[in-house]
Structures are given as C-alpha cells and as structure tokens.
Design a protein around this ligand. Structure first.
Ligand code: GDP
Ligand code: IMO
Ligand code: MG
Length: 442
C-alpha cells in the first residue's frame, strides 16, 4: 500500500477537499499535518455539502481513520463546532478521530493578536484568516506555546502566565485590551481537556504502528505550495510548512514512509489575502471567473483574487513537492471563455525565465509571458471520460502535462464527487495501492 500526500500547487483552495474525498476510500487513514481552521475544504456529493476546517476530509468516508497531527494548531471550540455539525448531518466520528497530544492550542489571545497585528500592518497587512494561526505557530517556535497535552497538565497555569503575559504586553502596545487572566483561561483549558480527552493520543506512535501493520495513510495538505512559510511568497504566507516535506514533520512518520505526492491544480489561479500574484487579472474576465467558479473563501467568505494559470509557479510546486501526478480541477469554469491565456515564463530585462526563484517574489519588474489557447466554448460540466472532452480542452490539458512533465491523472469537471474524470494511468494505480478511485453515478 502507498502513503501519499495531497498538496495544493497554488495559493490554496485548489479543490483538495474534493480530491481527498474521492481517493480517501483507497486509504486506511487520512491525516492532516499542518495548519488549523484557516483551511476550508469543500466536499460535495448528491445534495450534500460539507466544509471541513480542522477535521480531515476522510471523515466523510465510513471506516477511514482520521488524525489531526502534531504539526497542526487547534482551536478546541472550532473543533467541537465542526464535530457537532458533522454529527447533525449524520456523520459519526465515533472511534475514528484522533488528535495529537503534541498539536498546539489556539487560544483566544492568539486570535486577538492576529487581528491586532494585521491592523497595525495597515497597507502591508497579510490578509490572514484572523483565526490566530500565525501567533500560535510563533509561540510554538518561541518555545512558549501550549500543546494539547498541556491542557490537562499540572503546569498549565505556569505556562499560561508566561504566554498570556507576552500577549498582554504586545496587545497593549498595539493599543488593544489585554487578554483574560491565566486563572480564567486555565478554567477554559481544563474544560476543553475534559471534552478533548477521548480523542487525544500519541498519534506519532499510532501512525507508525499502522504503517508497520501495512496500513496506508493519505496526508491531506492544507493551504498550498505558495503559502508555505519557507517556499511560499514570504512574508505573504501562512505560518506552517504546507509543502510535502511538512507531512513527515507534522505527523511523526519518517520521510522514507512517503511513497508519493499528488498535486491539486486549479485550471486557473486564485489567491485570497495580500501578496504578489503575477498572472492576476481584473475587470470583466476576473468577475466572470469569480462568479462562475464561486471564488469566495470557504473560511472567511472573502472574494478570491483570480487570474490565469502560471506554469512557472506550477513547475516550482512540482519540484519542491515531488509531484507524481496531478488532479486538475475546475476545468468547467473555463468553458465559456473564447481564449485562455497560460503563463509559460517570466520576462525580466529581455530574458525569459521558466523557473521560479526569490527574485520574482516581490512581484515586480518582470512580465508574465502568455501562450493563448483557443477556448472550447462548450459545456464540460459532469463529463466523465477524457475522450468526451472537447478537443481544445484536451489540447489545454496535454500542454499542461507536457510543460509540467507530470501526468494529469484526474480532471474535475464540477464540484461534486460524481463530476470527475479518472484516467487509468499506471501512476494513479501505483499511488492508490493498485486500484482507481470510484466515481459514483450522478
Ligand atoms: P480546498 O481548500 O483546496 O479544499 O478548496 P475549497 O473547497 O476551498 O475551494 C474549492 C471550491 O471549488 C469549492 O467550492 C468546491 O466545491 C469547488 N470545486 C472543486 N472542484 C470543482 C470543479 O471541478 N468545478 C467546479 N465548478 N467547482 C469545483
Ligand atoms: P485551504 O486549505 C487559501 C491565506 C490567507 C492569508 C495567508 C495567511 O482551504 O486551501 P493565516 O490565517 O494562515 O495566517 O493567513 O494564508 N490562507 C489561505 N488561502 N486557502 C487556505 O486554506 C488558506 N489558509 C490560509 O488568506 O493570505
Ligand atoms: Mg479552501
């Protein structure tokens, strides 16, 4: 059996939730390894519609074990909210949901800091999701953070005194009220602990035991390659390693246990929040993509910025993640366009660059160079076989495969599980332990 990472190849919201849900049944375990409820992963089938933020999308597949790994930051209130929503929709997580005792806790003070720092940055704001993600990771790296394990430990108050003392000083210096005191926050933490306890485990040990038993694990990446704190468009990034390497660190399995990576690539590009975006467009065509693609944040509802596919950035994503196969999503959104530009290189002082590097992170001084594809101007929604796609759509896909030297193993032609083309490629079978994902009838 293979252990595979699913990674967003752009700035998030590529459709990872849909892809994880589709391939999920081929795996015994689905694990998140970084991020928190800044993520919003949508899964749709039939008339059902789920938005998952903390809980792995695999939870919607009966029998699949789900893990919130040590690399995550968890707001317990958000966790319980999500769990109850799932339960009220008839999804039981009973006995198949584990939280790492090493994951870090997002406290209300981290949310206050996130918001205060953003307003202090003014025009240079990152456009975070305001979920307290950055301050929680910062506390972790500063070695003053609070782990899930600490919620029920005797040293809780002492930890909180230090952590909240720092938050208090910073919030006040930025002109805001300080956080609640350590005693009140300790009460909150203890009540969280009582409720969380049944889910908390040494997930590193559990995952490695499962691997020893020959079980297969799917790692569900959140955010995307270009939001990775090391490899993304710094400082306009999230605060964790969302790229494939993060899966080992954020779960405790050895890097050698990972057999492959599947990249999720939207047929155009979106970004929510600030920062460079070389192929961003504006005006009517952007509005068209946003409307047709329903490009509004799953977590915050913010309109997403839209633009064309950027092959320089995609090649980079392929490289840093070691992408073996691609799931191309939202092809149907391009259906009506007469022309579809794709950025093939960046032109800087007369030279055409095909490979990404930090020199381009400032987002200025270079021009994206486009190849213009003829649109197919036919409805592709719900098409289930590659051969049934209009010829110009196949040309577009073939070109992407060639330019990225990576097979496109799945093509999504609508938001629902039922609207997916699965190609019978050896690499897809290999990643899925010999089988192919089953697409249910519409
Ligand atoms: P994630 O964060 O990568 O899981 O992606 P999101 O769920 O935030 O955003 C993807 C959005 O596109 C969701 O609303 C999905 O329901 C929708 N979606 C996914 N695949 C397709 C597709 O092939 N076509 C269309 N029209 N919508 C899609
Ligand atoms: P999924 O998993 C898209 C963006 C925010 C902001 C930056 C930092 O659904 O693809 P943060 O709150 O993490 O400190 O914000 O990262 N961002 C996302 N954008 N999809 C996401 O998750 C995101 N998670 C964070 O908009 O620009
Ligand atoms: Mg999302």
């Amino acid at each position: 059996m293979a252990n595979v990472v699913i990674i967003g190849m752009q700035w998030g919201d590529e459709g990872k939730g849909k892809v994880v849900d589709l391939v999920g049944p081929a795996f015994d375990v689905v694990a998140r390894y970084q991020g928190g409820h800044n993520a919003g992963h949508t899964v749709r089938f039939g008339d059902e519609h789920f938005s998952l933020h903390l809980i792995p999308s695999g939870i919607l597949r009966p029998g699949v074990q789900c893990v919130l790994g040590n690399g995550m930051v968890i707001d317990p209130d958000a966790f319980f909210r999500e769990l109850r929503q799932l339960e009220s929709s008839g999804v039981s997580a009973e006995g198949r949901l584990l939280i790492s005792n090493r994951a870090h806790v997002v406290l209300p003070s981290a949310v206050a800091l996130d918001q205060a720092r953003e307003s202090a940055r003014g025009d240079a704001k990152i456009g975070t999701t305001s979920r307290g993600i950055g301050p929680t990771y910062e506390a972790k790296v500063s070695r003053v953070g609070l782990r899930i394990y600490d919620l029920g430990a005797p040293h809780l108050e002492e930890r909180l005194r230090f952590l909240l003392g720092r938050a208090d000083a910073e919030l006040r210096s930025l002109g805001h009220e300080g956080p609640e005191g350590p005693n009140r926050v300790a009460d909150l933490c203890r009540s969280w602990w009582q409720e969380l306890r049944p889910y908390v485990q040494d997930t590193e040990l559990r995952l490695n035991q499962w691997l020893d038993e020959g079980k297969s694990v799917l790692f569900e990446g959140a955010q995307g390659t270009l939001l990775d704190v090391d490899h993304g468009t710094y400082p306009y990034v999230t605060s964790s390693n969302s790229t494939a390497g993060g899966a080992a660190i954020g779960s405790g399995v050895p890097p050698t246990a990972l057999d492959g990576a599947m990249g999720v690539l939207k047929a155009y590009t979106t970004r929510v929040g600030s920062g460079p975006f070389a192929t961003e467009i504006s005006g009517e065509t952007e509005a068209f993509l946003r409307e047709r693609g329903n490009e509004f944040g799953t977590t915050t509802g913010r309109p997403r910025r839209c633009g064309w596919l950027d092959l320089v950035a995609c090649r980079y994503a392929r490289r840093v993640n070691g992408i073996d196969a691609i799931a191309l999503t939202k092809l149907d959104v391009l259906d009506q366009l007469p022309e579809i530009p794709v950025c093939v290189g960046y032109r800087l002082r007369g030279t055409l660059y095909r490979e990404y590097g930090t020199v381009f992170e400032a987002g200025e001084g270079f021009q994206p160079e486009y190849r213009i594809f003829k649109g197919w101007q036919q409805d592709t929604s719900g098409i289930l076989t590659y051969e049934d796609l209009p010829a110009p759509a196949r040309d577009y896909i073939d070109f992407l495969e060639q330019e990225l030297s990576t097979p496109i193993a799945m093509v999504s032609t609508g938001p629902r599980r039922e609207e997916t083309i699965v190609r019978d490629l050896p690499i897809l079978r290999e990643l899925m332990g010999g089988q192919l994902p089953t697409v249910p009838a519409a």
